[in-house]
Design a protein around this ligand. Structure first.
Ligand code: SF4
Length: 335
């Protein structure tokens, strides 16, 4: 797919630079940002306070950018799986999850993923490519219900901290010239990529969700090969130095697998590791994926973990399953 570069995904500094390079006044950068990120226009013709001449000049070199969804599948529970074409071929997926007074969009950061978690359908695709900041932001702007979104989670296809473009997308979401969202509306979910986790903690105030899934490192490595380079002990050491009481929320995701990570030993280790941290735990029912030998824990076991962790003072919830019938639930995104 050959096309002009997108303005969508550029920061205000980059938009200003483009205006200057086209021989225009620098304040046009701010006006472009306003039209793209606040007024959500899709063409230069809609930028009615810019001169016709400027619109013609910029349209020769750039597109506004962003794809319309190519398909939308709706679950019996109202969850929508939304497919977008990707700039570099193939498709990416977002999931819209309405829930009482909240509407959350789960967005993708990569096509495929190189982390290879054994229980995840995206992981079985292997890594295809990083999404550009424009493609990440485009998932939010181009869905029909964009204006009703209350929250965004980077929990779709891909490992967000493995894609540098995610930092630019977060800047656009939270900057005054961008969406001007509070960072508390955004959660980034990661397996804990040590190389970029510190940068994320230093540069953003976005909520953090760490995919834990097993507190015993040798076992975690079997389920999540990325543990080899990103040791749980190193991740926890880094997190212990942060202030999660005031600045942002820290949560741990824990998919429960029958006989794999749901024993008394796992429960004891979880309590020992997480007790010193200001955090919460989300227990997640496993959604069977084709070709996987993993099975989900019975509900009684999930309830047992929930009660025991809460009793230990670790705030724990069990995430209800959404969109399983359309393969939109956790770990089921693979086109
Ligand atoms: S669970 Fe997340 S990090 Fe692991 S393979 Fe799937 S998308 Fe990648």
């Amino acid at each position: 797919m050959t096309q002009k570069p997108w303005l969508l995904g550029k920061t205000i500094d980059e938009l200003t630079q483009i205006a200057i390079e086209l021989g225009m006044r620098r304040f046009l950068g701010a006006q472009l940002a306003e039209w793209i990120y606040k007024k959500k226009v899709t063409s230069f013709d809609q930028m009615t306070n810019l001169s016709v001449k400027f619109r013609e000049i910029i349209a020769e070199k750039y597109d506004v950018g962003g794809f319309q969804p190519s398909q939308v599948h709706t679950s019996v529970d109202g969850t929508e799986k939304i497919l977008f074409p990707s700039l570099f071929g193939g498709e990416i997926e977002s999931v819209y999850i309405p829930d009482k007074d909240r509407a959350t969009l789960c967005i993708s950061s990569q096509r495929g993923c190189r982390m290879g978690c054994k229980f995840c359908l995206t992981g079985t695709m292997g890594f295809k490519h990083n999404l550009s900041a424009g493609e990440i932001i485009g998932q939010i702007l181009r869905i029909e219900k964009s204006s009703s979104l209350t929250n965004v989670v980077l929990m779709g296809m891909g490992e967000p901290l493995d894609n540098p473009e995610v930092f630019k997308a977060l800047e656009i979401m939270t900057a005054a010239w961008g969406f001007a969202w509070s960072p508390t509306r955004i959660t980034l979910s990661t397996i804990g990529v040590i190389a970029t986790l510190q940068k994320f903690l230093d540069q953003t105030k976005v909520h953090l969700a760490v995919s834990l899934h097993n507190p015993i490192e040798s076992e975690r490595e079997t389920m999540m090969p990325a543990q080899r380079k990103n040791k749980l002990s190193d991740i926890l050491n880094l997190l212990r130095k942060q202030d999660f009481a005031h600045q942002r929320r820290l949560s741990f995701e824990y998919i429960m697998f029958d006989g794999i990570n749901d024993t008394a030993e796992h429960l004891g280790e979880l309590k020992r590791l997480l007790k010193p941290l200001e955090c919460r735990v989300n227990l997640i029912r496993f959604h069977a994926i084709p070709g996987s030998t993993y099975k989900g824990s019975p509900n009684s076991k999930i309830n047992e973990f929930n009660l025991a962790l809460n009793a230990a003072g670790i705030r724990t919830t069990t995430r209800s399953s959404r969109g399983e019938d359309i393969f939109a639930a956790c770990g089921m995104l693979a086109n």
